[in-house]
Design a binder for this molecule. Structure first.
Ligand code: NAD
Length: 353
C-alpha cells in the first residue's frame, strides 16, 4: 500500500523513524534529489491516522520539489512529519532522536521549520545533525522568511499587473488582502508605499487594530473580503480559499498571494482561466522564503541577504514567464507552472543518468 502511494508521484525514498523510548514516530519523504538535496521543513501534527500523515508528507515533499525547481534553486523536494501533539507530546529528547534520523540520510534531506516546530525545537534537532537550516537567532541564519516571501509576492503582483493592465505600477490599484499575518503585514508596507488602496481582513482583532492604526486601511469581515470590488485579490491566510463557493464572488482581474494550496481543486484553476482571471500560481509567487533560506546553505558560502533578495526579485520574471506561456499555449497558469517545474527536474534526471 505504501509503494502504491509512493509510485503515484514517483517519490524516491521514504524513511519511517520509530523510537518508543522517546515517543518518536516520524516519516521523512524524499520526493526528488534530481536538482540537489531534498529540502523542506519538519512539522509536528496530531494526525488522525498514520495514513493521513503519510498522505501529508508525500504531498508536501512533492510540492517542495516544484517550488524549488520553478525558483531556479539547486534543491530537490523533501519534508518530514512527526506524529504527535505539538503542545503535549513534543520533547527535546524526541527531537534530538529525530535529528539522528535526519543525519542518517547523509545530507540527502535538509530539514527546517514548519508547523508546530520553533527555533528551540530546531536547536534540539541540530544536536545530532548539521543538515538543518533556518534557525532564527543563530549566527548566519536567514531569519524570519516572511519579509522575503512578501517581497516576492510584490514582484509577482507587479508582473500580473503588467500582464493584465499593461502597467507594472500598483499605484491606485484596489487590493484585497485576505489575512494580515506575518507575510501580508510585510506586503502591506510595500503596497501602501507603492500607493495602492488596500482593503484587508483578519480574524485577529489586535492585528486589525494595528493595521488600521499604522496604515489606515479599510477593513471588512473575513467573509466579505470575497465580495470586495478590487483589481487584485490576495489570499494570505489559509489554503483552498479559492473554491466553487467563493469563485463566483471574486471580482478581481488578478489573484496573487502567499497562501499555500490556494486552489481547492484543479477545476477551480480551469474556472479562473475561463473567467479570464490572471492567477499567479501559489508555489511560484510565494517562494521568497525558500529562496531566502537557500542562501543560508553552506554551499552558498554563508547567508548574504542582498544576494538572497536579488534572487527573490526574480519571482517577477518567473510569474511573467508562466503567464506568457499560459497565454501562448491556451492552458491555465497552474498547469504551466507544473510543466516548467517538471521540465527542469526531468532535464536534471537525464543528465544524472
Ligand atoms: P500567519 O499565521 O502569520 O498569518 C495568517 C493570518 O491569517 C493570521 O493573521 C490569521 O489570523 C489570519 N487568518 C486565519 N484565518 C483567517 C480567515 N478565515 N480570514 C482571514 N484571515 C484569517 O501566516 P504567514 O506566515 O503570514 O503565512 C500566510 C500564508 O502564506 C500561509 O498559507 C502560509 O502557509 C503561506 N506561506 C508563508 C510563507 C512565509 O514565509 N511565512 C511562505 C510561503 C507560504
Amino acid at each position: 500500500m505504501v509503494f502504491e502511494k509512493v509510485d503515484a508521484n514517483d517519490h524516491e525514498q521514504i524513511l519511517y523513524c520509530n523510537d518508543q523510548s522517546v515517543g518518536l514516530k516520524a516519516i521523512i519523504a524524499i520526493h526528488s534529489t534530481a536538482l540537489g538535496p531534498a529540502t523542506g521543513g519538519c512539522r509536528i501534527w496530531n494526525y488522525s491516522s498514520e495514513s493521513e500523515a503519510l498522505h501529508d508528507v508525500l504531498r508536501l515533499s512533492k510540492g517542495m520539489t516544484y517550488k524549488s525547481s520553478i525558483s531556479g534553486l539547486n534543491w530537490g523536494g523533501g519534508k518530514a512529519v512527526i506524529l504527535g501533539d505539538p503542545r503535549t507530546t513534543k520533547t527535546p529528547a524526541m527531537l534530538e532522536r529525530f535529528g539522528e534520523f535526519v543525519n542518517r540520510l547523509g545530507g540527502n534531506y535538509i530539514t527546517a521549520k514548519d508547523m508546530g516546530i520553533d527555533a528551540d525545537d530546531l536547536r534540539s534537532i541540530k544536536k545530532n545533525t548539521s543538515h538543518i537550516l533556518g534557525i532564527e537567532g543563530e549566527k548566519n541564519s536567514s531569519g524570519n522568511p516572511s519579509p522575503a516571501t512578501a517581497w516576492g509576492v510584490l514582484f509577482g503582483m507587479q508582473s500580473c499587473a503588467q500582464f493584465a493592465f499593461n502597467a507594472r505600477s500598483l499605484k491606485g490599484m484596489r487590493i484585497a488582502l485576505q489575512g494580515l499575518g506575518s507575510v501580508a503585514y510585510s506586503l502591506l508596507e510595500h503596497l501602501t508605499a507603492e500607493g495602492a488602496e488596500v482593503i484587508g481582513c483578519d480574524i485577529d482583532e489586535a492585528t486589525l487594530e494595528k493595521a488600521v492604526k499604522q496604515y489606515g486601511i479599510e477593513i471588512v469581515s473575513p467573509d466579505a473580503i470575497y465580495d470586495v470590488k478590487c483589481d487584485i485579490f490576495s489570499p494570505n491566510a489559509l489554503g483552498a480559499t479559492l473554491n466553487s463557493k467563493t469563485l463566483p464572488r471574486i471580482q478581481a482581474k488578478i489573484i496573487a498571494g502567499a497562501a499555500n494550496n490556494q486552489l481547492d481543486t484543479p477545476e477551480v484553476g480551469y474556472a479562473l482561466e475561463d473567467r479570464g482571471i490572471i492567477y499567479a500560481p501559489d508555489y511560484a509567487i510565494n517562494a521568497g522564503g525558500v529562496i531566502n533560506i537557500y542562501y543560508e546553505a553552506p554551499a552558498q558560502g554563508g547567508y548574504q541577504k542582498a544576494q538572497a533578495f536579488e534572487h527573490v526579485k526574480r519571482i517577477g520574471q518567473t510569474v511573467t514567464d508562466i503567464l506568457e506561456r499560459s497565454r501562448a499555449e491556451r492552458t491555465p497558469s497552474f498547469i504551466i507552472a507544473d510543466r516548467i517545474a517538471e521540465e527542469r527536474v526531468n532535464q536534471a534526471r537525464k543528465l544524472k543518468k
